[in-house]
Write a protein that binds this ligand. Structure first.
Ligand code: WT7
Length: 586
């Protein structure tokens, strides 16, 4: 195994990797020490925003750049740690002036802007719960999440408000304030909303961080399951301990380095590693406000002198497709570490990294529920192409087999089982919002079961096999088939819908919907595009199905549940598996 490892870049002269000897780190690492390393002591209080900003300022990083925002035209907005601190303080005061009680949830529906950072960290500083919403969502998924999250304050733009929120607002009983970030001061404020900038102007820029503790809920991230509506995953302030430790051990961040995490802050990666963990390391974050574009990305990597780059397989595959000529239009002497997350990173993509940048991509694995990276290829250890890597120090990970008597650890390197993690790391989710049964059902015999299938080889490297459920991963976005089916069924012609993922060379999986029409309706092209249009309007183009097929009778179990697995098997010509529960069978 050791021979097939590809070395990463060496650390530049004068710098040492945070993790040099994996085995030694596993032996000596403790979360207690990690907490002390971050906070410098034994204060029982802990607050994510305090660690990310105030402590940096205290340690003299105030004048350093915390973040650089790059807009469509290439203009840069630079914000220092001190400036970020004042902005967050103002927002924390603004929440108090609106009489929002501590602990109440605050959401954003914003592009990748400085205001999003201000609201996220200001909310945490005030002891409120921050919930980012993906800005490409349409009104339907937004309504679901705002309602499930009992969101009391929403910060958004005038355009998003008019297009996506105004029409659903009446259904959102808990929503007390909508704050609008205006694009220009002449933009008219929609009725029933408040001007964000004005509120900020009136607020004081000093604020004493709320006395939160390790177990207080800080973040609310929505994730998808097979059945039912999205699940609200709660992470506590203690998450910052694991996000900081992994930003060092896995992403190897050092103070004043330039770090680019390409994930959108609407998802957990964009908050944990696009914001919190790296700020606790004192880096400068690059935030690109524009959508993916190969030439733009290469230019940013080169011109911003990015040192560490955390991206995703779909983006890497799109860069591969765009061709090496574009890569070679620039040089990247400062780029010393490239990592990936969110979907399977195939060996070809890792090797393409070597061809294009002279270094491999380091795959990492984790989930919303784990709150931080759990499995990784570490910078100083070399990359095993195609493997997700080994357990992070402080994390006990295994492949498990479910049996009637409970779960068992798989020891054979050939056997596929479910990834399990021993609870006890600080960023482990503290619950599924309002769903304690679902939370309890994620744990068996002292293990958290992640819902992913994998193998673990003799050297402890994990190899991803697939999901254990019907959840779809398209371009890195976790998509709940149930949520899409519910939206499709709101169309008057649709009787029943079933949604599956089909392989796609770039996005990993693409969403395909099968639709059973009401009996009086005839299937034709006009109806197909009407249903597609309906889905895009409700869901947003990023999560709507790419393809719709009409089906006369969707396969169901005798109890009436749609058999997505069977649909998928038939679509892809795979073995149909156990059909004993199929309706209409003897
Ligand atoms: C699911 C979690 C990872 C944080 C952001 C997404 C899949 C994640 C990998 C990887 C193969 C991966 C899993 C996981 N996934 N990383 N390196 N290789 N699959 O968090 O939206 O909660 O998604 O993403 O299926 O369970 P998420």
């Amino acid at each position: 195994m050791a021979e097939s490892r590809i070395p990463g870049r060496a650390a530049p002269r004068g710098m040492t990797h945070h993790l040099l000897d994996y085995e030694a780190a596993r032996r000596t690492f403790t979360w207690e020490n990690a907490r002390i390393a971050l906070t410098g002591g034994s204060d029982p209080r802990l607050n994510i925003a305090y660690e990310a900003i105030d402590r940096r300022v205290q340690r003299g990083y105030g004048v350093w750049l915390a973040a650089r925002f790059i807009d469509r035209a290439g203009n840069r907005l630079d914000i220092t740690y001190s400036q970020l601190q004042s902005r967050c303080n103002r927002f924390a005061n603004a929440l108090r002036s609106l009489e929002i009680p501590r602990g109440a949830p605050v959401a954003t529906l914003l592009g990748r802007s400085a205001e999003l950072f201000t609201v996220a960290l200001g909310t945490l500083k005030a002891g409120n719960v921050f919930c980012p919403l993906f800005s490409a969502f349409g009104p339907e998924p937004l309504k679901t999440r705002l309602a499930l999250g009992h969101i009391q304050v929403l910060v958004t733009s005038g355009a998003f408000y008019r297009r996506k929120v105004a029409g659903i607002r009446a259904a959102l009983g808990a929503l007390r304030h909508v704050l609008i970030v205006r694009e220009d001061p002449h933009e008219e404020l929609p009725e029933g909303t408040t001007d964000f900038a004005e509120l900020m102007r009136q607020a004081s820029d000093s604020y004493e961080t709320a006395p939160t503790h390790d177990t207080d809920v800080a973040l609310l991230h929505f994730t998808s399951g097979t059945t039912g509506m999205p699940k609200g995953v709660t992470l506590t302030h203690a998450a910052v301990i694991a996000q900081h430790a992994t930003s060092e051990l896995v992403l190897d961040l050092h103070p004043q380095e330039v770090f680019w995490c390409t994930a959108d802050p609407g998802w957990v990666t964009g908050i944990a590693y696009g914001m919190i963990g790296p700020l606790t390391c004192g880096v400068t974050l690059i935030v690109d406000q524009e959508e993916f574009d190969p030439q733009r990305w290469y230019r940013i990597l080169a011109e911003e002198r990015v040192n560490v780059w955390y991206t995703a397989p779909t983006a890497i595959r799109m860069l591969m497709k765009a061709g090496l000529e574009l890569t070679r239009a620039h040089r990247y002497p400062e780029l010393r570490l490239m990592a990936s997350v969110g979907e399977p990173l195939n060996a070809e993509a890792v090797l393409w990294g070597v061809e294009a940048f002279g270094q491999p991509f380091h795959d990492t694995w984790w989930q919303t529920e784990t709150g931080a990276i759990m499995i990784a290829n570490f910078p100083a250890c070399g990359v095993v192409p195609g493997s997700m890597g080994r357990a992070v120090p402080g994390i006990e990970a295994a492949v498990l087999r479910r049996t009637e008597r409970g779960v068992q650890v798989v020891s054979s390197p050939e056997e596929v089982g479910e990834i399990g993690l021993r609870p006890g790391w600080p960023s482990m989710f503290s619950g599924y919002l309002d769903n304690p049964e679902r939370y309890r059902a994620s744990f068996h015999d002292g293990w958290y079961l992640a819902g992913d299938l994998a193998r673990r080889d003799r050297d402890g490297y994990f190899w991803f096999i697939g999901r254990a459920d019907d959840v779809i991963k398209s371009a890195g976005h976790l998509i709940s088939p149930f949520e899409l089916e519910s939206a499709l069924m709101q169309h008057p012609a649709v009787a029943q819908a079933a949604v599956i993922g089909i392989p796609d060379p770039i996005a990993g999986e693409a969403v395909k919907a099968f639709v059973e029409l009401k009996s009086a309706v005839a299937p034709d092209e006009a109806l197909r595009s009407a249903i597609l249009g309906h889905a895009r309007r409700l869901l947003g183009a990023a999560v709507a199905p790419r393809e719709i097929a009409f089906s006369e009778a969707l396969p169901r179990t005798r109890s009436g549940k749609i058999m997505r697995r069977l649909l998928r098997a038939r679509e892809l010509g795979l073995p149909e598996g156990d059909l004993s529960t199929l309706e209409g069978r003897p």
